[in-house]
Design a binder for this molecule. Structure first.
Ligand code: B12
Ligand code: SF4
Length: 457
């Protein structure tokens, strides 16, 4: 039986990967194991010891822009150990020619069908002659020339995928789900655009997935829908809520979702309350109309304000991310965002710098202006590292502002970080009074994260 290990290399000192598992890899695992005799393990780290212990035939590596250098390093280690490497994810989908000599094959787009196809051909040694009829691959032909196929077409239905165990044996209190892929909008900074269409899991399958985990993990208390835009189809949300109610799951679990400000209506909030969802995340991005127009968010400051106020007056906890430092943003524009955040009842905020991810308009513009290049140090795009240590912006982090210096951006990050801490503190205090159990669960999660981080850093 073929033995495979999957890994999504990451920076353990700054990221929260250790609390979740890469959902995409979990679906490839469940799909391939159901359709081919193989054993796939998803592991948080791959090093010499792990390779010697597991003796895999193949290592599958997930690769984002910020993790490309790590993925390339890991591919080298695997190849030196005689293990075949298959790499997939957004970086290889958008910039397939960046596949390194240590990576035997790249998979572009959704990986389930393509990886299964590769497993079926593995005994033939992945002879390039026999790969031509598969879809979405990148590989070198017999002449050493790079063959780049179009990304795999989107899966016809996410329902065809067997339910994966997304907690991998850990009796966690939180389950993170992606019940759709893609987003119909096209914001200039967002890397979700490589999904050429939006496709969904049926409400029945969503609820079946939750039920599966509830039965297996008695400690489960909360479900987070990580979908880019959970509310994109109102009828679908309505049906999910009905099914959760019928099965008593909306009483047993707390839910949180991600959406956009212009989707927030009284009607939607009534539905979310029935689901037992009182936490809503939105990418508001800016408190400045000029910036919102530039990023093509299709929202205005007024829409953003109305959404936050509606959530607050209906008793919801709202969390939102903001981005400052777009190419032509001035100090005055960022001041508007700062004042907006101060003036509205958002409970928690995240503030990021704009990152030119491959495949986005920001990337094309930054490439044209030579602010980025394909042979750059990709870790310079690690937004989490910058949020953890804003000083990174003074030296390494890719900055695409044409109007503000690194020092000015650093000053803004410090100011906004203080505001973030103040909002988080007040939110934690209010939770302590309202629902101390949630604070306890979060603390438990933080401790668990700390322990796992120490183990893997
Ligand atoms: C949940 C999430 C997280 C979670 C969990 C990450 C995880 N590994 O699953 C957390 C919070 C930990 C996280 C961290 C990071 N994330 Co994140 N995350 C997401 C989010 C919201 C959903 C990811 C997901 O599950 N998608 C659904 C699955 C089905 O799709 P998928 O992951 O792309 O996988 C499919 C294909 O890509 C392919 N595939 C992927 N890997 C492989 C490997 C092989 C071998 C094969 C064959 C195929 C294959 O097949 C999969 C199944 O079809 C996305 C946004 C989005 N909508 O995708 C951002 C997103 C992927 N994250 C992003 C980033 C930048 C990061 C970080 C690098 C942040 C940072 N430090 O700077 C880290 C990297 C973490 C890591 N090494 O995994 C960016 C990536 C942009 C880019 N082009 O690089 C995204 C697109 C968000 C954005 N800003 O636009 N993230
Ligand atoms: S930022 Fe949000 S709304 Fe815009 S394209 Fe990305 S997921 Fe969609």
């Amino acid at each position: 039986m073929l033995k495979i290990i999957f890994n999504s290399p990451c920076n353990f000192t700054t990221s929260s990967e250790l609390l979740t598992i890469p959902i995409g890899l979990a679906y490839i695992k469940s799909y391939c194991e159901a359709n081919f005799p193989c054993e796939i393990k998803i592991v948080p780290i791959v090093n010499q010891r792990v390779l010697e212990r597991e003796k895999p035939d193949i290592v599958g590596i997930s690769c984002y822009a910020a993790t490309y250098d790590r993925a390339a390093g890991l591919a080298g280690l695997c190849k030196r150990n005689g293990v075949h490497v298959v790499v997939g994810g957004e970086q290889i989908t958008t910039l397939p020619h960046l596949i390194t000599d240590d990576m035997a094959i790249g998979v572009r787009g959704e990986g389930e069908h393509a990886f299964l196809g590769l497993l079926k051909r593995f005994d033939k040694g992945w002879n390039p002659e026999q790969l031509g009829d598969l879809q979405g691959l990148v590989f070198r032909d017999e002449q050493g020339e790079l063959k780049i196929m179009e990304p795999t077409p989107p899966l016809v239905s996410l329902d065809e995928l067997p339910i994966p165990d997304l907690l991998l044996g850990n009796n966690n209190d939180l389950l993170c789900l992606m019940t759709s892929r893609g987003c119909p909008y096209n914001c200039v900074f967002c890397a979700t655009g490589w999904h050429k269409s939006v496709h969904w899991m049926s409400p029945e399958k969503v609820v079946e997935t939750i039920e599966f985990h509830v039965k297996k993990y008695p400690g489960l208390r909360a479900v987070k829908f990580w979908d880019d835009l959970f509310t994109v189809k109102y009828n679908r949300v309505e049906r999910i809520v009905e099914l959760l109610e019928q099965k008593g799951l909306s009483r047993r679990l707390r839910f949180s979702i991600c959406t956009r400000a212009d989707h927030i209506t009284e009607e939607l909030l009534t539905l979310l309350k029935r689901m037992n969802c009182n936490h809503v995340s939105m990418g508001l991005e800016s408190g400045c109309d000029k910036t919102l127009r530039y990023i093509k968010k299709n929202c205005t400051v007024e829409i953003n304000r109305r959404a936050v106020e509606l959530l607050s007056s209906n008793g919801f906890d709202s969390e939102s991310s903001f981005i400052v430092g777009f190419p032509r943003e001035t100090n005055e524009d960022i001041e508007e965002t700062f004042n907006f955040i101060k003036s509205v009842p958002i409970k928690k905020i995240q503030v990021f710098l704009p990152i030119p991810y491959p495949g986005t308009k920001l990337w094309e513009d930054a490439l044209r202006q030579e602010m980025v290049s394909e042979d750059m140090e990709w870790e310079k795009l690690d937004l989490i590292a910058t949020m953890a240590n804003p000083r990174f912006v003074l030296t390494d982090f890719v900055v695409i502002s044409e109007t503000l210096s690194r020092e000015q951006l650093y000053e803004w990050l410090k100011k906004l970080r203080l505001l973030r801490k103040w909002k988080s503190f007040r939110f934690a205090m209010s939770l302590l009074v309202r629902s101390p159990s949630i604070i306890f669960q979060r603390l438990k999660r933080e401790v668990l994260f700390g322990i796992r981080r120490m183990r893997f850093s």
